[in-house]
Ligand binder design. Structure first.
Ligand code: SF4
Length: 205
């Protein structure tokens, strides 16, 4: 019974991210560009994500922390107003074509300035902070006009946070959209759901 509710929740979340030709999500800019193309072509492969236990665990960590911080803010333990799951988009011009860059920040803290929190849950703590997560925070800072982003990792081995103060520029965003390197990161193919059909799958680690 609860299992079904969890799957329904994830199904609804996936439906909020229906692909559109002129829309790039921030996450599209931090990963192999072929994945976005394959998501248009093979949407059935994405449905597996509904049932992935580690994604469900990640959702629960996000929801739990967001609720906790909302409660702490209400009780006066946090000197910021808090917004969770905040969506924003900016329109940019890429070679004469209007492109919308859209993203959803886990948490925005609003006081004298605005800062963001990006929550990452993982099975282990090696290699933190990850390059693609730092890139994601820089793009979010551009999208949400924040002074900085806190990259918060919650793993069984370590709970820790990193400050990302740099902000991506519009030129950086345009270059990322135009970058066709596939994969973008050497490890990506090992975890890619499209590796079962992709001719560019790389076996490097
Ligand atoms: S298998 Fe590798 S190159 Fe192909 S879509 Fe996945 S990450 Fe990109």
């Amino acid at each position: 019974m609860i299992q079904e509710l969890l799957y329904e929740y994830r199904r609804r979340e996936l439906e909020k991210h229906i692909r559109q030709e002129n829309v790039y999500w921030v996450t599209d800019l931090c990963r192999c560009p072929l994945k976005r193309i394959y998501e248009f072509e093979y949407p059935e492969l994405i449905l597996q994500e509904i049932y992935n236990p580690s994604y469900i665990l990640g959702d629960l960590v996000h929801l739990g922390l967001e609720e906790l911080l909302k409660q702490l803010s209400k009780e006066g333990h946090l000197n910021y107003d808090i917004d969770v799951e905040v969506e924003n988009e900016k329109e940019i011009n890429v070679d004469g074509k209007k492109i919308k860059v859209r993203g959803r920040a886990d948490i925005l803290l609003k006081g004298d300035d605005v800062l963001g929190i990006e929550i990452k849950s993982a099975r282990g703590d090696t290699g933190m902070p990850h390059e693609h997560h730092i890139l994601q925070c820089k793009i979010y800072s551009w999208l949400f006009d924040t002074s900085k982003f806190i990259l918060l990792y919650i793993t069984p081995d370590r709970v820790t946070e990193y400050e990302v103060k740099e902000r991506a520029s519009e030129d950086d965003i345009v270059n990322l959209i135009k970058d066709t390197r596939a994969p973008r990161w050497s490890w990506e193919c090992r975890y890619c759901r499209f590796a079962v059909l992709c001719p560019f799958k790389s076996l490097k680690s």
